[in-house]
Design a protein around this ligand. Structure first.
Ligand code: UD1
Length: 389
């Protein structure tokens, strides 16, 4: 089976790392890795390929940044001739970024089958661009690989046929487990002058609703400033957030090499690579975030996660994990964070199948499907021959 695997942005790279490795270890598959170029800076792309030991992409479409329409259209425009020429038997897309929906539409319109990995997640908030990407991708995909029970139920409710849905676990957790020895060996603590046992918190923010509107960002950062009087809050800032963060007087740069991390304050960092980010997350007293993937990673690491959103498309991280939805009210954020600091961590119970073997299950489903399809094709050919005779 000839498979084209599409990846465009940071969280996609994490998910394709274990999957590509698994597919390339099995003789049943021939794979082409297509990088759309949605993320292109070394800190957003190249470093992830190195950290996660992903083979370099076979093709890079280099679409770059733009408005949603521009970026989506550019992926489609550049991908179409490539897929038309190579005609893979299956296009696999992951997650919910613009590259995901663009690749799915392009493939389906060329008559190529599409598998969506991380299907069925729903925030029920159509103001999120990712929610639109998820709904559209799922509605046209032929195979749906889901990470949690809610995904399964959402798809069934939307009329997706049961036989196309496969609960396989979570590739993010495969990646985390596979890289464990390497992130455990990260030197980020020494690099930042964080002595062993020194409490700190980690903050990530990049959702348009939190960072594009100056007032919303200012309110959130007011709560962060208050908390940063108690312990250092490390904020590796996404490129879209940097300009706003730079205007805040409370943000200070990371300590120079050889200096010690101060006992409090908001510390602005460049975007982190995968290994350093997981290493910091694993030892943080708590994580404040609006990212989807980090809600999942903290659940498995057993680290309290305060999600700065009012809902989540990953409800299992709340019911079986360490996630608490704290919304955007500054008083609530401060209260929940203080409560986390004085209360005992909840015992962790990873969600079903979040065991590092999702890639294996996906490959198994694909092998079975390929065998079924070639059997069906063989039977049809035999039928055809009989009819001709
Ligand atoms: C995208 C995804 C989001 C995902 C996030 C992970 C969509 C709609 N959003 O958001 O779901 O959680 O990636 O990071 O697909 N930029 C750079 N260098 C880069 C890439 C981007 O400087 O390598 C800057 C550009 O100014 C760009 C902006 O970041 O305009 C936003 O990038 P974009 O890919 O459009 O969306 P993200 O916010 O990264």
């Amino acid at each position: 089976m000839n498979i084209a695997l599409i990846a465009g942005a940071r969280p996609n790279f994490v998910k394709i790392a274990p999957l590509l490795k698994e597919l390339r270890s099995r003789p049943a598959f021939r794979t082409t890795l297509i990088h759309t170029g949605q993320h292109y800076d070394d800190v957003m792309s190249g470093r992830f390929f190195r950290d996660l030991e992903i083979d370099p992409p076979d093709v890079n479409l280099s679409v770059g940044s733009g408005s949603h329409a521009e970026q989506t259209a550019e992926v489609m425009r550049r991908l179409e001739p490539l897929l038309a020429e190579r005609r893979p038997g299956l296009v696999l897309v992951v997650g919910d970024v613009n590259s995901t929906v663009a690749a799915a539409i392009t493939a389906v319109k060329l008559g190529i089958r599409v598998g969506h990995i991380e299907a069925g997640l729903r925030s029920f908030d159509r103001a999120m661009p990712e929610e639109i990407n998820r709904i559209l991708t799922d509605s046209i995909a032929h195979m749906h690989f889901v990470t949690e029970e809610s995904g399964w139920q959402n798809l069934l409710r939307e009329g997706v046929p049961l036989e196309s849905i496969h609960l396989v676990g979570n590739l993010m957790i495969d990646a985390l487990e596979a890289a464990r020895p390497r992130w455990e060996a990260s030197t980020i603590f020494e690099d930042l002058g964080l002595e062993p046992g020194r409490p700190f918190a980690l903050l990530t923010l990049h959702r348009p609703s939190n960072v594009d509107d100056g007032r919303a960002f200012g309110r959130l950062m007011g709560a962060i400033d208050e908390l940063s009087e108690i312990l250092p809050i490390l904020f590796p800032a996404h490129p879209r957030v940097f300009p706003r963060l730079a205007t805040r007087r409370s943000a200070r740069p990371a300590p120079a090499r050889g200096e010690t991390m101060p006992e409090s304050g908001l510390v602005a960092l460049e975007p982190l690579g995968y290994l350093d980010c997981i290493a910091l997350m694993s030892r943080a007293r708590f994580v404040l975030t609006d990212s989807g993937g980090i809600q999942e990673e903290t659940t498995v690491l057993g680290v309290p996660c305060l999600t700065l959103r009012s809902g989540t498309e990953r409800p299992v991280t709340v019911t079986s994990g360490t996630n608490t939805l704290v919304g955007s009210d500054p008083a609530r954020i401060v209260e929940e964070a203080l409560w986390t600091l004085i209360s005992k961590p909840r015992p962790k119970s990873p969600p079903p199948l979040w065991d590092g073997r999702a890639a294996e299950r996906i490959a198994q489903v694909l092998e079975t499907a390929a065998a079924g399809r070639s059997e069906a094709a063989g039977a049809a050919a035999a039928r055809g021959q009989r009819e001709v005779r």
